[in-house]
Design a protein around this ligand. Sequence first.
Ligand code: FNR
Length: 189
Amino acid sequence: MSFHIKQLSYKNFLLMEIKNEKNILIIGGSLRAKSFNKYLASNLIEIGKEKFNFEIFSDFNLLPHYNTDDHNQDNWPNTLLELEDKIRKDDGVIFVTPEYNFSVPGYLKNCIDWISRLPNQPLDRKLVCIQSASLGPLGGARVQYHLGQILVFLNAKVMNKNEIFLTFAKQKFDEKSGKLTDEITIDFI
Ligand code: FNR
């Protein structure tokens, strides 16, 4: 660490400290094009861009259904390996997800099942938080607790606060641009 600091100019070092720069991976959105959770994910990037470097993973449809018969450590799907790299190198992960039937959407659960089979699975001790957007008045509260339970099993460090449940999503985004227009929500996030 001290060697690394010596390589930086003092000014850059101070800037890094002030900006508290961290790399964050967002795993999120739903499969549909105009997903409110995709919108939430891209608004997070805008809101947090001064402090964080973000990247998004939402290619859930490129992962086949997990099947123990097919899985072979020499033949992991490329999408999974790319996702693994991102999880390992980034400082934290934000899951941004809809709630389906009070729980975790199948494609996200499938993605986590794949991740969980990797050797030295990368969510172990990873700092993680969860956000959700839904059309209803609870904003996906129940999916957050179910997802949290899965992540506890994977030994991720799940942040308990602040909880961001984006309720009544239809009224809070500009439908065309996907921009979050609700000031109270933007401030809270
Ligand atoms: C839903 N939706 C929903 N909403 C909610 O608040 N609680 C729920 O349990 C469910 N269940 C559910 C199941 C299924 C199969 C679908 C397709 C939808 C509604 C959901 O909040 C809404 O469709 C969101 O727009 C989904 O998020 P995206 O796709 O906009 O990101």
